[in-house]
Design a protein around this ligand. Sequence first.
Ligand code: NAP
Length: 230
Amino acid sequence: MTGGGQRLGAAISRALATRGYDVAVHCRASCADADALVAALGRGARRFTADLAVAEAPARLVDSVMATYGRLDLLVNNAASFERTPLDTVTVEQWDRIFAVNLRAPFFLALSAARVMATGGSIINLSDLAGFETWPAYIPHGLAKSGVAAMTRALASQLAPRVRVNAIAPGVVLPPDDMDPAEVDRLATSTPLGRHGTPGDVVQAVEYFLDATFVTGQVLFIDGGRHVRR
Ligand SMILES: NC(=O)c1ccc[n+]([C@@H]2O[C@H](COP(=O)([O-])OP(=O)(O)OC[C@H]3O[C@@H](n4cnc5c(N)ncnc54)[C@H](OP(=O)(O)O)[C@@H]3O)[C@@H](O)[C@H]2O)c1
């Protein structure tokens, strides 16, 4: 469970623990939150640390999880950066960092995980509605998240029948703490269902993919209908 110690990741970690998973909670900077969560989840949960911007980190993280548990049934690629990059100031360094964390790391985590998963393994990737719309201040983020959806379909075809690969594309379910409240309201009122979602809406989608053993290669929008706005 990458980025599993806080925000959306913590909600998914809790739901997985409730379903009986021993959750490997990954963190990079929010490790105090991850430690508190691991303590609350109890037996079977462990904390793992990695900076997923580092090329070797995905393979090492899977090795560490395997060394601890000896098996891996589910990978949730949740960790991501959400970096503002207006077109007049975006740099190559920002592009490389965003693509490393949001697309390269999920890809190599998925490959490393799939190598050790038994039949019935599952990978769930967090894409983003931003990957299907143009958000002017977040174009590299959107391109990387669009890549996550394309990667989901490609890996689903290549890893079947042993491992299923699906993705969730949320709209706003948990706005960043520093988002302008007026913008948060504008996004809610311009959503067809007239509100933002909740972390629980994304957790429901995770639970659906875990139960839906005839489903692979899907990208499920959890966005109150924003992707079909006129
Ligand atoms: N929140 C929403 O409304 C929303 C909407 C659309 C899509 N999503 C997607 O859903 C997922 C979770 O959303 P969120 O808002 O909870 O995400 P978030 O708080 O922005 O980030 C999730 C985690 O990513 C980890 N992370 C960032 N850079 C990293 C790096 N270099 N190495 C390792 N970990 C790194 C962070 O871990 P540390 O804090 O430990 O560094 C963080 O806890 C993301 O993939 C996001 O793109 C969310």
